[in-house]
Ligand binder design. Structure first.
Ligand SMILES: [Fe+2]
Length: 479
């Protein structure tokens, strides 16, 4: 991105790429007791994978303009006795119910209904934004919630996938769909940006629907667009990329949400380190300009903080994912594993690319390794022999110590985020477990659930779904 985020609709003159099926609407909702299975899955895999993602990309004749705007659908794969069952349901958000009536009523990431200036300002400065929670999901106390970047997570029933309703309201207007878990306190830790005359980043904890506490905050003049953050044992870290917004412009501008943000590389990337125990912003550091959606991990080592991300050179990836663009041409951005080393006493940030391998939608052995030293990250990648040099068509495993990389690739197939499920062995190795990934087979426009050994990326089995599953974002496994 060389300037502000812009929208460019281009006529589709070239044939559609094979992957484009992954960006088309799925209307059907199914419940299937048993999917046809090739190979086998481990007997110990006895739980449920729930995935979230956009599945409807138009409302009547009106397009939802960006991949991030599609209406949320939950997909559930349950494992038991060597079998796999499947169900899928749209999240019955207010945004979805309005869409059923043929209306786009709520402001999405890059799609805005026609609204008056007054209504626009009211939407941003009072918490009444979209509830289209299409990005991620998690457990909150005894409940399960779907999340997007706006501050109204929606609870759902993990058995039926029925929508229950708004679970809580985050204390700001732009939230993260990537909260962290604090197992000691039994809380979710998250951040939210509060826009206003005095904008600020707020780190907060949520224990259940009603128990919310503020941990720390920091004033900011032009807030950054951030999708996730890092949590070390003592510190919460915001990496504020130079994709920033003037809050007044957000309130009064005529553009959809993300198109108000501007790329200002001269500002560099700010690293804000919050001390969770002392409840304060501890230090702030400047690094080279870059952009990232996803942190991988962060931990304290030898008087410094190590912070790993899947990072892009700039924020042009956001432009690439407008539906008209991505359906006709693959993005040309290439995210890589970037490591910051931030001194706890001092200011200079060390920066190093750990691997040139394409890495997005990263997952780690979260329960054992988040906030601690770790060795392996899994994610989606782009194979050199695939359809396009920078379109996701393989799964990768990177050893962050040695840089060694393994991959899984099948021509014409497009895998999604690989969710790591640890084996139940006591004292297991970090990579002892399986990866679960929903793969679109572009050859027959159907998807399947792929089960790989997490250590070698060797295929164990796959379970076929009778329709395509549009490309989604994130999922979680519940045992
Ligand atoms: Fe994400």
């Amino acid at each position: 991105m060389t300037g502000e985020v812009t929208t460019m609709y281009e006529p589709q003159t070239a044939p559609r790429p094979a992957y484009a099926t992954g960006f088309t609407t799925l209307d059907s909702e199914l419940e299937l007791d048993s999917l046809p299975l090739q190979g086998s899955i481990p007997e110990w895999l006895n739980g449920t994978l729930v995935r979230n993602g956009p599945a409807k990309f138009e409302v009547g004749e009106q397009p939802l303009r960006h991949w991030f705007d599609g209406l949320a659908m939950l997909h559930k794969f349950s494992f038991g006795g060597g079998r796999v069952s499947y169900a899928n349901r749209f999240l019955r958000s207010n945004a979805y119910r309005e869409a059923e009536r043929g209306r786009i009523t709520y402001s999405e990431f890059a799609t805005d209904p026609c609204r008056s200036l007054f209504k626009r300002a009211a939407t941003l400065f009072r918490p009444t934004p979209t509830d289209n929670c299409n990005v991620n999901l998690t457990r909150l106390g005894d409940e399960y919630v779907a999340m997007t970047e706006l501050p109204l997570p929606i609870a759902f029933d993990p058995e039926t996938l029925d929508t229950i309703g708004v679970a809580f309201t985050a204390p700001g207007q732009h939230a993260t769909a990537h909260p962290h878990h604090d197992p000691q306190r039994g809380e979710l830790i998250a951040y939210v940006t509060h826009f206003g005359p005095r904008s600020e980043y707020r780190i907060f904890a949520q224990r259940d629907r009603t128990h919310q506490r503020r941990i720390a905050s920091a004033r900011v003049k032009e807030p950054s667009y951030m999708h996730s953050f890092a949590l070390a044992e003592r510190y919460a870290i915001l990496v504020a990329f130079p994709l920033v917004v003037n809050p007044l412009r957000l309130a009064t501008g005529a553009r959809p949400f993300i198109e108000n943000y501007e790329w200002k590389p001269e500002q560099g990337t700010l690293v804000l380190v919050f001390d969770r125990e002392e409840g304060r912003l501890r230090s702030q550091h400047t690094a080279k300009p870059c952009f990232s959606f996803h942190h991988v991990n962060a931990f304290e080592r030898d008087s410094e903080l190590v912070i790993d991300m899947a990072a892009y050179d700039d924020a042009s990836i956001i432009d690439s994912l407008y539906m008209d663009r991505v359906r006709s041409a693959p993005p040309s951005s290439h995210p890589r594993l970037l490591r910051y080393r931030v001194p706890l006493e001092g200011s200079d940030v060390g920066e190093e690319i750990l691997s040139e391998t394409y890495l997005e939608l990263p997952r780690i052995d979260y329960t054992q390794r988040n906030g601690r030293p770790y060795r392996y990250v899994w994610g989606v990648g782009a194979h050199p022999d695939g359809d396009a040099p920078d379109f996701v068509d393989q799964l990768v495993k990177i050893d962050v110590e040695s840089g060694e990389t393994l991959s899984w690739f099948e021509p014409g197939c497009y895998p999604g985020e690989p969710v790591f499920v640890p084996s139940p062995k006591p004292d297991r190795a970090e990579d002892d477990g399986v990866l679960l990934s929903v793969v679109l087979d572009g050859r027959d426009a159907r998807s399947y659930l792929l089960v790989l050994r997490a250590d070698s990326l060797e295929e164990l089995g796959r379970a076929g779904v009778p329709h395509h599953i549009p490309f989604g974002f994130h999922g979680q496994y519940f045992s």
